[in-house]
Design a protein around this ligand. Structure first.
Ligand code: NAP
Ligand code: MG
Length: 493
């Protein structure tokens, strides 16, 4: 059986716990590997290694740091197919999406390598004569990364690459469900020749390893993507220790379809948004807010098309919808479907665990659509993280915007309309970090900031130039070349 170990201070190593847990393929329950379960002591060793490595790394010129990132980018590119196959095997998303996710990491690596020659600061005039003023970004120290299973390599790339290119060292805890692709990513850093101690992989549970990272005084910031429950607990504890936290959490994303929309275009966007990655994207479309006059037409098209979506093992190229991550997730989704029915929503299609054609050996849920959903039902408000879509009808754009915004999350929203004025009104009024016009709720590109408003996050962004803000402090520098004491605000007024 393949064993996945930790990577600490440039070495693959076991933990003193000696404990391993199995890694399962969600499409068929097959055991793919075993992953080590680490302890606080392992976290501590990783942090000590990271601290030492960061001391010299911060002095390496950023363009030279970026050379390692270029190597990482080329290795990711070379291994794209291999990584996608592993990703699909352990996480379940269909192979086309697995390839897309690896591409996201490749793009991020090239993009952040480019940041080695940017990381711009400002030079600004001083208010005093013979004095010079400027700002520079400086690394924070050791970045603790805690990542989820749904985008196991993309999210890890969004966090580790900007952390490293700005001069930090990394301690990374991947999700317990997806350690294989994490191991492959770290091997690539190793092969790229990244100096030892700069990237440390510590596998284990959130409660043991995650908590130890949050509490460790040697970790200066925590970048987390995952559930609100865990994110908010991390924020409370890290906040008390005055650590920076960057949190990306849940979504309850909607596509609005107005009466002047191209309905076939909207249907493509809705199906990909709601059932791609089996609804387990943070940007998944879980609500459709439709103008009442086109509700029936849109619904009929959706139901007709859903029958064509083949469920199965994501490694099969003809499969469109893969499994969900694990058994408990499958049961939680089924629970939400029952809640929807009890609350009076009308189930149009799906609504049960798929068992035919051998699907019962994996975690498959039938693509599910509810209609006659009202904004206050639980299925319209809470994140389900599965292939369940709720259709809500409205009478106007204003009402659509209100329904869109009236949830605790603010990650992504989309609107289909052919009216440019209404598109611009939506761009202004939809209260989410991502807004799409005539495209579905997923489709972020790595050179733009990624993240959400309200309960989705705490104001930080992954990816884009905004990611640099998470991993750096600003230092303001004044150089007085007057040869005398010049007191700002006093001697010049
Ligand atoms: P999760 O349970 O919060 O887990 C995320 C990560 O946190 C995992 O590595 C997990 O470890 C770890 N963790 C769990 N408990 C912890 C604790 N007490 N202290 C520190 N770390 C802890 O989330 P999930 O169920 O894996 O992922 C689904 C959620 O992620 C959804 O809510 C989704 O919307 C969100 N998500 C958001 C974004 C975004 O960018 N906004 C992107 C993707 C996903 P274990 O694996 O060992 O439990
Ligand atoms: Mg969890």
């Amino acid at each position: 059986m393949k064993k996945i170990l930790n990577y600490i201070n440039g070495e693959w190593c076991e933990s003193s716990t000696g404990k391993f847990v199995p890694v399962l393929n969600p499409a068929n329950g097959q055991v793919l590997a075993e992953v080590i379960q680490s302890s606080k002591e392992d976290v501590d060793r990783a942090v000590q290694a990271a601290k030492i490595a960061q001391k010299s790394w911060r002095l390496v010129p950023a363009p030279e740091r970026a050379e390692f990132l270029y190597k990482v980018a080329f290795l990711l590119k070379e291994r794209k197919e291999h990584l996608a196959q592993i990703l699909t095997s352990e996480m379940g998303k269909v192979i086309a999406e697995g390839r897309g996710e690896v591409q996201e990491a490749i793009d991020m690596a090239f993009y952040m390598a480019g940041e080695g020659r940017r990381q711009f600061g400002d030079t600004v005039p001083s208010e005093l004569r013979n004095k010079f003023a400027m700002t520079v970004r400086v690394p924070i120290g050791v970045a603790g990364l805690i990542t989820p299973w749904n985008f196991p390599i993309a999210i890890a790339s969004w966090k580790s690459l900007p952390a490293l290119v700005t001069g930090n060292a990394v301690v990374w805890k991947p999700a317990t469900e997806t350690p294989m692709v994490a191991e492959e990513f770290v091997k690539i850093y190793e092969e790229a020749g990244l100096p030892k101690g700069l990237i440390n992989l510590v596998n284990g549970s959130g409660s043991e390893v995650g908590n130890a990272m949050v509490d460790h005084p040697g970790i200066d910031l925590i970048s987390f993507t995952g559930s609100n429950e865990v994110g908010s607990a991390i924020n409370g504890r890290a906040g008390a220790l005055l650590k920076r936290t960057s949190l990306e959490m849940g979504g309850k994303n909607a596509i609005t379809v107005l009466e002047d929309a191209d309905l076939d275009l909207a249907v493509d966007g809705i199906l990909f948004g709601a059932f791609g990655t089996s609804g387990q994207r943070c940007t998944a479309t879980s609500r459709v807010i439709v103008h009442e006059s086109v509700k029936e037409a849109l619904t009929a098209k959706l139901v007709a098309r859903i029958g064509e979506m083949k469920l199965g093992n994501g490694l099969d190229e003809s499969v469109v919808v893969g499994p969900v991550i694990n058994r408990s997730s499958l049961e939680r989704i089924d629970e939400y479907v029952k809640i929807g029915q009890e609350d009076g929503a009308k189930l149009l299609t799906g609504g049960k665990i798929a068992t035919e054609n051998g699907l019962d050996s994996g975690n498959f849920y039938l693509p599910t659509i509810f209609t006659d959903v009202t904004p206050n039902m639980r299925i319209a408000k809470e994140e389900i993280f599965g292939p369940v879509l709720s259709i809500i009808s409205v009478k106007s754009l204003d009402e659509a915007v209100e329904v869109n915004n009236n949830v605790e999350f603010g990650l992504s929203s989309a609107i289909y309309t052919s009216d440019i004025n209404r598109a611009f009104q939506a761009m202004r009024d939809l209260d989410t970090g991502l807004v799409y016009i005539n495209a579905g709720t997923s489709g972020a590109e790595i050179h733009l900031p990624f993240g959400g408003t309200k309960g989705t996050g705490n104001g930080h962004r992954d990816s884009g130039v905004a990611a640099l803000d998470v991993y750096t402090e600003w230092k303001s520098i004044y150089v007085d070349f007057s040869g005398k004491l010049q007191r700002a605000q006093i001697d010049n007024y």
